[in-house]
Write a protein that binds this ligand. Structure first.
Ligand code: FES
Length: 152
């Protein structure tokens, strides 16, 4: 299996790994295929993502995609961040082996889970935005938490 240099770089030197103690919103998701877990913390001011940090209990591709996802969303508005798909993250890493594409879904879902929490908490959810969260599905292993308050 061939990994691009960017994938290896983000795996060996992940950007923005960790937690934000005063996160505006967080999302935790699980990959039903392999059981790996990812948590994404976002710091949002005036609808702009000013910081993002992740923790991934998972494979190298999940670590590399979450690292790249944080780089892509920092500085973006929350609505712009909704446009970042797992394919966009994988492309920014110069591609992932086909059998590892499912790992990139975790990063998109974790970002969206946190953004969903943000919109709901701030009464900003609209039908148009709601449609963008269909990737979250009804996975019972994922949950949303706000301001560090875990819900199960
Ligand atoms: S094998 Fe689980 S996210 Fe990659």
């Amino acid at each position: 299996m061939e990994y691009s240099e960017k994938v290896l770089d983000h795996f060996m030197h992940p950007r923005n790994m960790g937690e934000i103690s005063d996160a505006t919103a967080s999302g935790t998701v699980g990959n039903p295929i392999c059981g790996d877990i990812m948590k994404m913390d976002l710091k949002i001011e005036n609808n702009i993502i000013i910081d993002a940090k992740f923790k991934t209990f998972g494979c190298g591709s999940a670590i590399a995609t979450s690292s790249m996802a944080t780089e892509l969303i920092i500085g973006k508005t929350t609505d712009e961040a909704l446009d970042i798909t797992n394919r966009a993250v994988a492309e920014a890493l110069d591609g992932l082996p086909k059998v590892k594409m499912h790992c990139s879904v975790l990063a998109e879902q974790a970002v969206k889970k946190a953004l969903e929490a943000y919109y709901l908490e701030n009464d900003m959810m609209t039908p148009e935005r709601q449609e963008r969260f269909s990737i979250l599905g009804k996975d019972e292993h994922s949950h949303t938490d706000l301001h560090g308050e875990e819900k199960s």
